[in-house]
Structures are given as structure tokens and as C-alpha cells.
Design a protein around this ligand. Structure first.
Ligand code: ARG
Length: 590
């Protein structure tokens, strides 16, 4: 885990330091602290230490308790069970620690940088040229974008790579068709500015028409095959045609990413075609080093534990017997580029779980070739399938894949109903703006709040619900806090460590204090759903606090009101920061 500097030390860190110092085996033993229901924290590490020292755990626990100097941090410490420690902190320490976080002048809420930060190349948001984007592309984009934000926040250098599918034999057919029907990819009558939908629908039309011809007309099929050869040989006219497909598709991709409120930069789009120049060399290195061998004319890498359905070894094919290169050769070349040119320490792939075997074989091949090693690791962050409400893969009633753009529009539409119901003083423009933030936030949050590897049900009704584990619930908690602040007028947001905390204040404060640890953990394990769950819990603790601890009522003493306003503000800032890391907006009003 990231090291925590002293100014930003969390309560848990301070407590761990105090306990470690009191342990007989100081420095090597871990007190194994965790939050607990009975007290603020429980330490379970005494048991293991007693075993190691061959002593009685309860006796050791009592010794440790006695050795802890009385101070500002610990209010109560008691031995329980076979030798656990239950620890209650002082209210003063809690408030002071939060005050230090809030005062962090870098505006990072005291979240430290990872002292072991390096360079991560992340492969995410990789749709395919001339094809519609689907919900799988949504998941990669949403999870990948959150990981980019989270990693950058911890100080990691992040290089983004959008490995779009922009190469392959299907372009022969498309290009040949376009050569024979040049008018098909122009946008007459739309005044030059082409929107994403129009771009996609003309690509779709072209795809269908060329496919139909390809399947019915042998001569066209032959001309298409020649086109593939011309494309691979770098024929200029053919390449120019290919580029038109890529450009047209990008118009469409950008319109979807834009709707998703996500920044994708042109320079980071390095698709399969971007590695063409490396393929031959990649194969040569693999063959010369003996990592890949010829088998039935193809260049293959074999694995002991990978077998096909017939029980025979199923190799990774890097070069086909007809001389063509496939998906694997491109990915292996991309590994070389990312390690050798981009100087990555970590390669992270946010890709569908169904490609797990492909990546397992690619990574193992790269290890054998020495491109991956102890200093450079590759990680597949797999995600599960998006299911419909009925639990089956998400399709329209006609069995077609659902268009991503339609889905996002529908989410915004549902959200506007919710926003309209709540809105008292919002203008139509404001409603539209909020509905977009709520609707898109809902889709992203639903995607991020279950662990990525699991399948999840796409249920818009549930996603925009104001109750339950949803983004709008969190956005609403945030907006509530902002509203208190607006109404507070002259009242200052100011911590008062001398005050005793009410139970709801304490619970909120202890949870607020964990933000830095959660961020470090989420960044290290690539688990954005843990951040989502932290934020949801924070919102629900805030809701209880809001109900039980009034801020602006006249009977509340001034110092108590100031301290509550401080807690409420820090909650809003933490929610805002956390949601920003997930790529979700937190409007000031809802
Ligand atoms: N374009 C692929 C798809 O739609 C995903 C690419 C994943 N990245 C990679 N380096 N292979 O499934």
C-alpha cells in the first residue's frame, strides 16, 4: 500500500504506529487493524505474534495494552476474546485528523502520492472500425476511464492506448465496394458537418451492401481478396480509401464518447494498424529465439496447459500458414512497443473476460521472449457480460445488439423524469443538464459498482432510482450538503476538536478518514467497485447524520454548528473527488 506521510496520516495509520511501537516484536509484527462494530477498531495481530513468540495471546494483549502510553489518540483499549484488542479513539484525534486532511493545500484531501509510482500503459475503449459500438465497449471505456483517473490521482504516469479494430480482411470487401460505389460514403445535403449517428448509419449501409455482394457475387469476392493484398502491400489509393473508413468511424466513436462525458484523445488512438511495421520483426524474434515454432505451415507458440476441444494442444498462432498476421501478432507487437518505447512498468488491459485465454497466451509468450519480466508486469482486468433485465445477454426483442447511443439517450430520458420530480426551482435548461449528468452517471455507476469480472443486469429503472446503491443517491447526498453550505450564510465551516461527537458524527468522521486508504487500495488492486461502495456508504452515513444532527437550527450551539458544517463540507468534497475519479459528475443542486 502507498506510504502515508505524517500530515496526512489516517487514524488507522496513527493507531498502527502506536500499536507496533508497543509490541514486543516492534517493527516486524503487523497489528492487523480493521474497523469494527464493537469499538472503532479491532487489532487481530496479537494472536499470530503470540504464536510466534510461543506465549499466551491474552497475556500478550494485556502487556501491549499496558505498554501503550496514554495520549491523545486512544480513549479506550480492552482485551477481548482469545486476544483481540478493541480500541476506541478520542473524539479529539478524530476531528484533528480530519482537519489536517481538509487543510491539505494541494486540494487532495490529504491523499498521499504512491511512493512506488511508475508508468502504466492502459488499453481500454477499443471499438472496431465500421462497426457499431456495443455494451461491451461501454464497459471497457467506463472501467478504463475510471482506472486512468484513479491511477493518475495516485501519481502514476498513465499512457492511454485505444487499441481499435482497424485492420483485417473485412476491409478488402469494404474498400472494394466503396471503389465501385464511390457515392456511398458522402453526406450530401448535410452541409459538411457530419454527426456521429449519420456517420454510423452510412457505414452500416455500406457494410450490409458490401457483405451482400460479397456473399452472392464470386467475382466481387475475388476483387475483394485482391484488395486485401493491395491494402497489406501499402497501395496508396487503397490506403486512402481505408483511411476514409477510419475517419468516418472516429466521428461516430467521438460522438459516443462525448455523450459518455469522456475525454478520448486522438493521439492515444493507436489501433491494430499502428503495429503493422513491427509484425514481421516480432515474428522473426519469436522464431529465432525458439519461442515460436513452425507447425503445419503456421508460426505457433505452444502451452502445456492449453488444449483445444479435441484434447490436442491449441497454440497461439502468430503467423498463419498463408502468411497473414492476426490479432495475436498485433498484441505481441503492442507489448514490445509499450515496454520498449513507452517504458511501461505495467501493462493493463481492460478487455472482456471472454478474451482471457488470448491474453494468458500473449502474456506467457511475451514472458518467454523476455519482454515481460520481474520489472514489467501485464494484467488483464477482465469484465463480465452485460445482461438484460431477464438475465440473458443484452439484445433487442428482435435479437439485435442494442445500439449504445440509443441506450444512453434512454438513460438520460429516464433521468429527466427523476430530476423533474425533484426539481422545484430548476429551469428547463438546468433540467436537461442535470438529467444528462444523472443519466450518464447512472450508467457508469451501475457498471462500476459491481466487481468488473461479474456479469451485471442493465436495468435502467433500478439505475436511476433515488434509493439504493445508485449514483443519483450519491449525487443527491452531495447536493444536500452543498445546499446546507449555501444556506449557512455567515456560519463558518470550522473543526472543533474539543467537542464531543454524537454517534452519527463519529461514524461519518471515521468513514471520511478512510478515503486515502480506499483510493490506494483501489489503485493497487484495480478495483473501482470498492471506491463506488465506499462512496455509497459515505452517502448513507451522511444521510443519517443529516437526519440526526441538524446544522442550521437555532437551538444548535455555534461551535457544534460550525463543526457539523465542517463535517458536511468535507463529505461533499470527498464525494465530489471520489465521483470525479469514477468519471461521474456531482451537480451543485439536484
Ligand atoms: N477491439 C477489440 C474488441 O472489440 C478489443 C481490443 C482489446 N485490446 C487488445 N489489445 N486486444 O473486442
Amino acid at each position: 500500500m502507498a506510504s502515508v506521510n505524517s500530515l496526512a496520516s489516517t487514524l488507522q495509520q496513527q493507531l498502527a504506529d502506536a500499536l507496533t511501537a508497543a509490541l514486543p516484536d516492534a517493527g516486524t509484527a503487523d497489528p492487523l487493524l480493521r474497523r469494527s462494530d464493537r469499538a472503532d477498531f479491532q487489532a487481530n495481530g496479537i494472536l499470530a505474534l503470540a504464536k510466534k513468540l510461543k506465549g499466551n495471546p491474552r497475556e500478550l494483549a494485556s502487556q501491549v495494552t499496558a505498554a501503550i502510553p496514554a495520549g491523545d489518540l486512544i480513549k479506550e483499549i480492552e482485551v477481548s476474546g482469545p486476544g483481540f484488542l478493541n480500541i476506541t479513539l478520542t473524539d479529539k484525534a478524530i476531528t484533528e485528523t480530519l482537519a489536517a486532511r481538509a487543510a491539505d493545500d494541494e486540494g487532495r484531501l490529504g491523499v498521499p502520492y504512491n511512493s512506488a509510482a511508475g508508468t502504466t500503459v492502459i488499453d481500454y475503449a477499443q471499438p472496431n472500425v465500421a462497426k457499431e459500438m456495443h455494451v461491451g465497449h461501454l464497459r471497457s471505456a467506463v472501467i478504463g476511464d475510471a482506472m486512468v483517473q484513479i491511477l493518475e490521482f495516485t501519481g502514476e504516469s498513465v499512457v492511454r492506448r485505444h487499441h481499435i479494430g482497424d485492420w483485417g480482411t473485412q476491409f478488402g470487401m469494404l474498400i472494394q465496394y466503396l471503389t465501385e460505389h464511390p457515392a456511398e460514403l458522402t453526406h450530401e445535403g448535410d452541409g459538411g458537418e457530419v454527426d456521429g449517428e449519420a456517420a454510423m448509419s452510412s457505414l452500416n449501409r455500406l457494410y450490409k451492401a458490401s457483405r451482400a455482394l460479397f456473399d452472392s457475387d464470386e467475382e466481387f469476392k475475388a476483387r475483394s481478396r485482391d484488395r486485401v493484398v493491395a491494402l497489406q502491400a501499402g497501395d496508396e489509393e487503397t490506403l486512402a480509401m481505408w483511411q476514409r473508413f477510419v475517419d468516418e468511424s472516429k466521428i461516430y466513436f467521438y460522438s459516443v464518447f462525448n455523450k459518455l462525458d469522456m475525454e478520448i484523445r486522438d493521439a492515444d488512438i493507436v489501433g491494430e494498424s499502428g503495429y503493422n511495421d513491427m509484425l514481421e520483426e516480432t515474428c522473426r524474434i519469436l522464431e529465432e529465439s525458439g519461442v515460436a515454432v513452425r507447425s503445419e505451415g503456421a508460426l505457433c507458440v505452444f502451452f502445456d496447459d492449453v488444449k483445444g476441444p479435441d484434447g490436442n494442444p491449441a497454440p497461439l498462432i502468430v503467423k498463419k500458414s498463408n502468411g497473414g498476421y492476426g490479432y495475436a501478432a498485433t498484441d505481441l507487437s503492442a507489448v514490445r512497443d509499450r515496454v520498449q518505447n513507452l517504458k511501461a512498468n505495467t501493462l493493463l488491459y481492460v478487455v472482456d473476460a471472454r478474451q482471457a485465454l488470448h491474453f494468458k497466451m500473449v502474456f506467457e509468450t511475451a514472458r518467454r521472449a523476455g519482454w515481460l519480466n520481474e520489472d514489467v508486469k501485464a494484467v488483464h482486468l477482465p469484465f463480465g457480460t452485460v445482461l438484460g433485465k431477464d438475465g440473458k445477454p443484452f439484445k433487442t426483442r428482435e435479437g439485435e445488439t442494442i445500439r449504445l447511443a440509443d441506450l444512453l439517450d434512454e438513460a438520460i430520458d429516464r433521468a429527466s423524469t427523476v430530476v423533474r420530480e425533484k426539481a422545484k426551482d430548476l429551469t428547463e435548461d438546468e433540467i436537461t443538464e442535470r438529467a444528462t449528468q444523472v443519466g450518464i452517471g447512472a450508467v457508469k455507476y451501475a457498471d462500476l459498482s459491481t466487481s468488473a469480472a461479474r456479469d451485471y443486469k442493465f436495468d435502467l429503472d433500478q439505475m436511476v432510482s433515488l434509493t439504493g446503491d445508485t449514483s443519483v443517491y450519491i449525487q443527491y447526498a452531495h447536493a444536500r450538503s452543498r445546499s446546507i453550505k449555501r444556506k449557512a450564510g455567515e456560519l463558518k465551516s470550522r473543526p472543533h476538536p474539543e467537542l464531543e461527537l454524537a454517534p452519527a458524527e463519529r461514524a461519518l468522521a471515521l468513514h471520511l478518514d478512510q478515503f486515502a486508504e480506499v483510493v490506494a487500495e483501489v489503485a493497487a488492486a484495480y478495483e473501482p467497485h470498492k471506491l463506488a461502495s465506499y462512496l455509497y456508504q459515505l452517502s448513507s452515513l451522511f444521510t443519517t447524520f443529516y437526519d440526526q444532527c441538524p446544522v442550521l437550527k437555532p437551538e444548535v450551539p455555534g461551535d457544534v454548528a460550525e463543526n457539523r458544517l465542517f463535517l458536511s463540507d468535507l463529505t461533499a468534497r470527498t464525494l465530489h473527488q471520489g465521483m470525479e475519479l469514477l468519471g461521474i459528475r456531482t451537480p451543485e443542486r439536484l
